[in-house]
Design a protein around this ligand. Sequence first.
Ligand SMILES: C[S@@+](CC[C@H](N)C(=O)[O-])C[C@H]1O[C@@H](n2cnc3c(N)ncnc32)[C@H](O)[C@@H]1O
Length: 232
Amino acid sequence: MTHQADAGAEKELSWASYALDGREHDHYFRSERYFASFPPGAFVADVGCGEGWALQALLDRGCRGVGTEVDDRCLEEARIAARPVVKAGAEAMPLDTNSVDGIIFAGVLPFTDEDAAFAELARILRPGGKVEAYYLGIGFAVRDMVLGVNLRKRYYGLRSLINTVLMQTVRRRLPGRYGDTVYISHRRLGRLYARYGFVLRRHTPSPTFFGMPVFIYHSLERKGVDRTAPAR
Ligand SMILES: C[S@@+](CC[C@H](N)C(=O)[O-])C[C@H]1O[C@@H](n2cnc3c(N)ncnc32)[C@H](O)[C@@H]1O
């Protein structure tokens, strides 16, 4: 997947102007704010790291980290830049239970098996650990369908919308590669958080497209007692 790559290759609108409301929006994940969840020394997994730009930003801030990714081209680029990455899907990562202090989960959920991915995030994150996540909201798909720069982009938006509706209603997607992308709703996210033991700590408002969220920015914490924290 590659809306980032598409964005570059097709001179797509920038992230910042994606809402098409005439205003420039900061893309939360390009801002300094979300790195604050991960203090120097924290061990952070960047799940679905792409080429690892966020992983690099964390390393530069004194965190330790690892990126996981399924795409060979991304992995190669990350390795050329000497970033520590492993090939693994979000649904099964070669990381020990409770072994990470934090997780970045940026734009990856639409391409995963949602339940398997959240179960795995909950497994590797220690209790009290933080997650900074962004998801693609329904506004992203509708925008692609209505204003995509070419037919391929519009078809992608339509296909994603069909998958999203199928997922909401019968918990299925289109077969094979047609089922590639599913958008998330606040309601479905709420269910995933409850099922896998996450608490929503912060919801940062994002751009909307005709009132529909283009992104959903969430800061989470894993429930449970942090045995590594000093007793108060
Ligand atoms: C929108 S990109 C986001 C990349 C990166 N997190 C960022 O913020 O730039 C989504 C990434 O998820 C990766 N991906 C797709 N399916 C995945 C899966 N099942 N597990 C982990 N990563 C996956 C893609 O290869 C792609 O690099």
